[in-house]
Design a protein around this ligand. Sequence first.
Ligand code: C2E
Ligand code: CA
Ligand code: CA
Length: 255
Amino acid sequence: MFSREQLVAAIERDELFLAYQPQMLPDGSGMAGVEALVRWQHPTRGAIGPVDFLYAVEAHGLSDELGTWVLTRASREALRWPSLTLSVNVSPTQFHKARFVERLVESVRETGFPLARLELEVVETAFFEDPGSAEAQLRHLRSFGIGLALDDFGIGYSSLSYLRRMPFTKLKIDKSFIDDVAMMQSAAIVHAVIALGRALGLKVTAEGVETAEQQKFLRIAGCHYLQGYLFSKPVPAAEIDAMLSTPPSPMRRSA
Ligand code: C2E
Ligand code: CA
Ligand code: CA
């Protein structure tokens, strides 16, 4: 596991960077937003993905530092995409720190990025410890116009009481259901989740869309946004600039 010193040094030496993955309209005709995903360009080990260092970040109590770094960097970089929403992942640990909302709002405001175009992606484990305080934090965030997505929906407990209670604006259906959408059970679940989200007035995003068949299914099922390798892997900011200046390929538009 990485030591605290290694992680602090990585932030100080500016070895971390953000990749952005497009969130597409279901017919592939345009990009609605991007999700910021952190990476570490290690001087000797090369590129390291978040699953390989986020555990150490949490264990060394650095999720707050990393979270602020990600939020500030993403808000600055996304300023140049006025047509897009920006989604940022928030770790459950960050969520329960004192003055979390005030500090988050302050960091984003300093960059000039409009809070109404920011969306935070949260996983349900953030609510387990203290649902009352989590609900209050989410309502506070919503009062600034910040969007709230429930990430990885479908795995874990996916308690419906959270959906009823917490002021979410979006559901993200976990990739595992999209992978298996050709199977009857998964297809039924995806249909039901989209219907549930829509009935609750939420937007629904499907994660991990890799094939034209999955895209077609999700578009017909009424999913609002699609994200996955079919459209693009997470890429450096400059590649998002390039995609925005070139129209999407006809193949993806017609699926
Ligand atoms: P996530 O939030 O569920 O992000 C989606 C992950 O799925 C990303 O992996 C993305 O690269 C990958 N993905 C997207 N489309 C496809 C696809 O079509 N096929 C496949 N096989 N994979 C796809 P990544 O970037 O390695 O991130 C993994 C997890 O690390 C994220 O899962 C999120 O939980 C966490 N994470 C990433 N960046 C941050 C961050 O800045 N802060 C926090 N707290 N967590 C982060
Ligand atoms: Ca996410
Ligand atoms: Ca996910």
